[in-house]
Design a protein around this ligand. Structure first.
Ligand SMILES: NC(=O)C1=CN([C@@H]2O[C@H](COP(=O)(O)OP(=O)(O)OC[C@H]3O[C@@H](n4cnc5c(N)ncnc54)[C@H](O)[C@@H]3O)[C@@H](O)[C@H]2O)[C@@H](O)CC1
Ligand SMILES: Nc1ncnc2c1ncn2[C@@H]1O[C@H](COP(=O)(O)OP(=O)(O)O)[C@@H](O)[C@H]1O
Ligand SMILES: [K+]
Length: 482
C-alpha cells in the first residue's frame, strides 16, 4: 500500500484525494449493501484508516444517515471517547481504527469497543482490514472483530487471504480508489507479489481441449503405486489426473500389486514397474508428468525413483511418502530439481504442515514467518513449486510469486483428498501448463470440486465433481472472452 501511495504521489495524485476516494468507496458500499442502516457508529483511529473513516462519515451524512464518531485521537471536536460507545444505539458500526499501520496489539479501550460492537449483533464494516488483523500475515494482534464486510483498496493483502485473518473479514470488496493502471500495476507487482488464487491468475492457461486435439496433446500422466496392500491412494491420484484433463494416465505398479490394481482400473492403464524397469519405461517421451508419494512407502526406493524421473527431465509431483523419504536428504532433491529446471520448475512439492516440517524444519519452526513467507523461502531453496496445503493453501514459485487459495470446504479434511490434489496437479502439468499456474489451477479446482459436492464429502467423491468444475472454467473463459 505504501508503494501504491508513493506511486500515486509521483503521479501527482495527493494522499488527500486517495483518502477521499477510499472514504467515498466505503460509504458507497454501505449505502448499497445496508440501505436501512440509518444510524452509523464510526470508530476513528489515529492514522489514515481513521481519515478514511471521517471521509466515509461525511458521505454517509450527505445521504441523510447519522454518523456518530468515536475515537482514540483528539483530532476532531466531534469525536467522542471510545468508552462512551454503546452498540445497541446503532444500525451499523464502521471500523476505521487501524488498517495497514497496525503496529502493536489491540487492547484496552479499543479492544473493549470492538468487543461491544461484536456483542451488539449489528453489522460491522471494516475499512481496509478488521482492526487487529495483521495485513501482512493474517495473524490477530491482541484482538480483532469478525466483521460482515471489509472494503479494501487496490488489491487484497495477505492478511485478507491467510487464516485466521480471512475468517474475520466477511465479504471482501476491493475498491480501485482512482490509482492509475501504472500505479496499480506497480503496486500490485512489487518484486514478490502475493495474489489471491483467482481465475484471472491462470484462466489464460486453462484452455479446454479443441476437438482436433489428439489425446497425446493433453499429456500422459503416470502415478506410482505402492505395494499390494497400499494401492488405493495411487488409484485416487490416477483417477483425479484423468478427470483433471490429462489425455492418458498410467499407474506404474510393482509386480506384487499388479493384480489388485488391475481389478480396479478401467480407463486408466497399468504397467509393471520394478526397480530396474523405470529407465526403460522412461524411454517413452510422451510420459510427461509423474506423481510419486501417495501410498508409495517411505525409503530409498522412493528417493531413487523420484531422482530418476527428474533426471529424465520429466515433471514430478512429490507428495506424502515421496516427501517424507527425503527427510534427511532434502538437499539432494533440491539439487536435482535445480539441475533439471530450465525456465520452468519441473518439481512440485505438495506438503501439509507435517511434511513441510520434515523437509524444511528451520522454516517451519520460525514463528516470525507467515505461511506465505514459509512457502516462498521453501520454494526458492528447493527450486520447486511449493503447495503448502491447509484451509488457506499457499502456492509459491522460486521467482517469488505466491498465491493464497480460498476455494474448498472443511469437508476436505478427510483421508485421501491430498492424493486427489497430487493427481490434479499432475493433470495440469501433463497438459503443459506453466508449473506455477498449473499448481494454482489444480488447487482452485480441488477446492471447487469440494464445494460442488457439499457436506459428507470423502476423497473418492472429488474426481466425480471435476466435470462440474471444468464447466465452470469453460463458462469463466467464455465470459472473459466477451
Ligand atoms: N497508502 C495508501 O495508498 C492509502 C491508504 N489508505 C488508508 O490508510 C491506512 C494506513 O494508514 P496508516 O499508515 O496511517 O496506518 P493506520 O491508520 O492503520 O494506523 C497508524 C497509527 O496507529 C498507531 N497504532 C498502530 N497499531 C496500534 C495499536 N494496536 N494500538 C494503538 N495505536 C496503534 C500507529 O502508531 C499510528 O499512529 C490504510 O489501512 C487505509 O485505510 C487509504 O486512505 C487509501 C490510500
Ligand atoms: N478445513 C479445510 N478447508 C479447506 N481445505 C482443506 C481443509 N483441510 C484440508 N484441506 C485440504 O485437503 C487436502 C488434505 O490433504 P492431506 O493433508 O495431504 O490429506 P491426505 O494425506 O489424507 O490426502 C489438502 O489439499 C488441504 O489443502
Ligand atoms: K480497520
Amino acid at each position: 500500500m505504501q508503494r501504491a501511495d508513493q506511486n500515486a504521489l509521483r503521479e501527482g495524485i495527493s494522499l488527500r484525494s486517495l483518502v477521499d476516494e477510499a472514504g467515498r468507496a466505503v460509504a458507497a458500499e454501505i449505502s448499497s449493501r445496508f440501505p436501512n442502516a440509518k444510524r452509523v457508529a464510526v470508530l476513528v483511529g489515529p492514522g489514515n484508516n481513521g481519515r478514511d473513516a471521517l471521509v466515509a462519515a461525511r458521505y454517509l451524512r450527505e445521504e441523510k444517515r447519522s454518523a456518530d464518531l468515536f475515537g482514540t485521537a483528539n483530532r476532531h471536536d466531534e469525536i467522542a471517547p471510545l468508552q462512551v460507545f454503546h452498540g445497541g444505539k446503532y444500525d451499523l458500526v464502521l471500523d476505521g481504527l487501524w488498517g495497514a499501520g497496525l503496529s502493536r496489539d489491540v487492547e484496552g479501550d479499543a479492544e473493549d469497543v470492538l468487543r461491544k460492537a461484536e456483542d451488539s449483533g449489528r453489522p460491522i464494516v471494516s475499512i481496509d482490514i478488521p482492526s487487529g488483523v495483521d495485513g501482512g500475515n493474517g495473524q490477530i494482534r491482541g484482538y480483532a472483530p469478525k466483521v460482515d464486510l471489509t472494503v479494501t483498496f487496490v488489491r487484497r493483502k495477505p492478511g485478507h487471504c491467510l487464516l485466521p485473518g480471512r475468517d474475520h473479514c466477511g465479504t471482501i470488496v476491493v475498491a480501485p480508489i482512482g490509482l492509475s493502471e501504472t500505479a496499480m500495476k506497480e503496486a500490485a507487482e512489487p518484486f514478490e507479489p502475493v495474489f489471491a488464487n483467482e481465475p484471472s491468475l491462470w484462466l489464460h492457461h486453462a484452455a479446454t481441449p479443441l476437438t482436433a486435439h489428439h489425446k497425446y496433446d493433453r499429456g500422459h500422466a503416470v502415478v506410482f503405486s505402492g505395494g499390494m496392500s497400499r494401492t488405493g491412494a495411487a488409484r485416487l491420484a490416477a483417477l483425479s489426473a484423468l478427470r483433471g484433463g490429462a489425455g492418458l494416465v498410467t499407474v506404474f505398479s510393482p509386480a506384487s500389486a499388479l493384480l489388485v490394481n488391475a481389478q480396479h482400473l478401467t480407463g486408466i492403464m497399468l504397467k509393471r514397474c520394478e526397480d530396474g524397469d523405470l529407465d526403460v519405461l522412461l524411454e517413452d517421451k510422451r510420459l510427461n508428468a509423474f506423481v510419486l508419494g501417495p501410498g508409495f512407502g517411505i525409503g530409498d526406493r522412493a528417493k531413487a525413483m523420484a531422482l530418476t524421473v527428474l533426471k529424465a527431465g520429466r515433471r514430478l509431483v512429490l507428495d506424502a511418502d515421496g516427501l517424507t523419504s527425503f527427510r534427511d536428504h532434502a538437499s539432494r532433491l533440491f539439487e536435482a530439481a535445480r539441475q533439471c529446471s530450465d525456465s520452468e520448475p519441473q518439481l512440485v512439492l505438495t506438503p501439509h504442515d507435517g511434511e513441510f516440517a520434515r523437509l524444511f524444519p528451520d522454516l517451519a519452526g520460525d514463528l516470525r514467518l507467515s505461511k506465505v513467507d514459509r512457502a516462498r523461502h521453501a520454494s526458492r531453496r528447493s527450486n520447486a513449486i511449493v503447495v503448502l496445503k491447509g484451509a488457506d493453501t499457499v502456492i509459491a514459485a522460486p521467482d517469488g510469486r505466491a498465491a493464497i487459495n480460498a476455494t474448498g470446504t472443511p469437508w476436505l479434511a478427510t483421508a485421501g483428498t491430498g492424493d486427489v490434489l497430487a493427481g490434479l496437479v499432475a493433470a495440469q502439468l501433463a497438459q503443459k501448463r506453466p508449473s506455477f499456474e498449473a499448481a494454482c489451477l489444480a488447487v482452485w479446482m480441488h477446492g471447487k470440486a469440494a464445494e460442488h459436492f457439499g457436506p459428507g464429502l470423502i476423497s473418492e467423491d472429488l474426481p466425480h465433481c471435476l466435470p462440474a468444475v471444468h464447466r465452470e472454467i469453460v463458462s469463466l473463459a467464455m465470459d472473459n472472452a466477451h
